[in-house]
Write a protein that binds this ligand. Structure first.
Ligand code: ATP
Ligand code: 9VF
Ligand code: MG
Length: 275
């Protein structure tokens, strides 16, 4: 899907080009005289080149990488241990998650070969760690992973086929809805992101607590246990939440399209590289 066109008098291709060149801070509605396409394009190209040079001069951090680091440090500070598992996972893990052919997620899986697929979520890796660390670590066990996940998506402005998830979870004592919502509240306050809590349900977890920013889901949170825990050798209560990092960036920077915050060669920190 395309981003919203900006000015009525340009051709569709020109509107698209202007939209690509606009930054959320630009306000075209304040301009009274309508410049020619070429004038406006030249002006915006100049501004975007300046923005990029400024970033090179002052900061040099990639915003997606930086948000991953911020969230990681926040969770480590809260007592969660960071793990990193494979992006390539056994296809068996999909069934073991309880994702059957009827689940919409089933058809969204990128299959690599008969026995392997790209992970659509971080839960399989975390389940393995919950099981293996249970008799090593004190109670409660708190872990998290940040990494890319892959899903075939058809819908545009809020979905990427390659996106970054943070999923934290706690197993053992203290796994209440109240504690879960408190961690999410602390994290989103720390990131300065407004949200609303609603309930939803999905095929994998049953009832979920969804964290919304306007109409966009930014996180799904769950308080276990659930039946498929036993297939992973997990026998204690747990709570956890998965959050999309590009969606957080989209909110933070008021991007009209999530592509601006994705892994990309077309945008650098939300600015088009086609200048
Ligand atoms: P949606 O209903 O918006 O497709 P979902 O409920 O299928 O999302 P979850 O499985 O709950 O997504 O994943 C946890 C979080 O990961 C979501 O709340 C969202 O922030 C993020 N997320 C999921 N799918 C995508 C995607 N395709 N692109 C970007 N972020 C995503
Ligand atoms: C909530 C969103 C099952 C104990 C290893 C951790 C969670 C997160 C739901 C995510 C998903 N679940 N995208 O599980 O924290 O897996 O669908 Si666990
Ligand atoms: Mg969800």
């Amino acid at each position: 899907k395309k981003e919203k066109p900006v000015k009525p008098d340009y051709t569709p291709a020109q509107k698209k080009r202007i939209t690509t060149l606009l930054s959320p801070a630009d306000d075209l509605s304040s301009i009274k005289e309508l410049p020619t396409f070429k004038e406006l394009e030249t002006e915006l190209v100049k501004k975007r080149k300046q923005d990029l040079r400024q970033m090179y001069e002052d900061d040099r951090r990639h915003q997606l990488a930086q948000l991953e680091r911020d969230i990681s440090l926040f969770l480590i500070e809260k007592g969660f241990m960071e793990v990193r598992t494979s992006v390539l996972i056994p296809a068996k893990f999909i069934e073991r998650m309880g994702i059957t052919e009827e689940d919409p997620l089933y058809k969204q899986i990128f299959r690599v070969d008969e026995n392997t697929c790209l992970r659509p979520m971080l839960a399989p890796g975390l389940y393995n760690y919950l099981h293996n660390f249970d008799n090593i670590m004190p109670d409660p066990l708190k872990i998290f992973e940040i990494g890319t996940c892959y899903r075939k998506e058809s819908d545009g402005k809020e979905h990427l086929e390659e996106f970054t998830m943070v999923n934290f979870c706690q197993m053992g004592s203290g796994c209440t809805k109240e504690n879960l919502l408190n961690i999410i509240d602390d994290l989103l306050k720390y990131l300065n992101i407004d949200y609303e809590v609603i309930s939803d349900n999905c095929m994998v977890y049953g009832d979920t607590i969804d964290i919304m920013h306007g109409d966009m889901e930014i996180s799904s949170a769950v308080v276990g246990p659930i039946p498929q825990d036993l297939d992973w050798g997990v026998t204690k209560p747990w709570m956890g939440a998965g959050m999309g990092i590009e969606r957080l960036l989209k909110v933070k920077h008021k991007y009209t399209n999530i592509k601006r915050s994705s892994r990309s060669i077309s945008y650098y920190n939300g600015i088009t590289t086609n200048l």
